[in-house]
Design a protein around this ligand. Structure first.
Ligand code: SF4
Length: 90
């Protein structure tokens, strides 16, 4: 059973959710742009896992075809797969 998550940050184009992101207070923002560094990628994903704005962050990255970095707990490779899966279902 899935549960719909509705956040006040759900409006299209609204990026105010970013200020609530766990990464917003990080002292190492480069973690989210690991460029092949798998340790950084894993650490970023751990932080994203419990981030209160993970859903709007992932939605934004998918909607904007964000090519670089970890967004919403996903890498660019994972988002490409998600987008392909979405396209294949349409
Ligand atoms: S899900 Fe990750 S990248 Fe997105 S705002 Fe939260 S910590 Fe930052």
């Amino acid at each position: 059973m899935s549960t719909a998550i509705i956040t006040p940050w759900a409006a299209v184009g609204d990026m105010s959710w970013r200020q609530h992101g766990a990464c917003a207070v990080s002292t190492n923002p480069d973690l989210w742009f690991p460029e092949g560094n798998h340790k950084s990628e894993r650490l970023a994903k751990v932080v994203c896992h419990n981030c209160p704005v993970k859903i709007p962050c992932l939605r934004w990255a998918l909607n904007n075809k964000e090519k670089w970095g970890v967004w919403g707990g996903t890498t660019e490779r994972e988002r490409r797969r998600m987008q392909k899966s979405i396209r294949d279902q349409i």
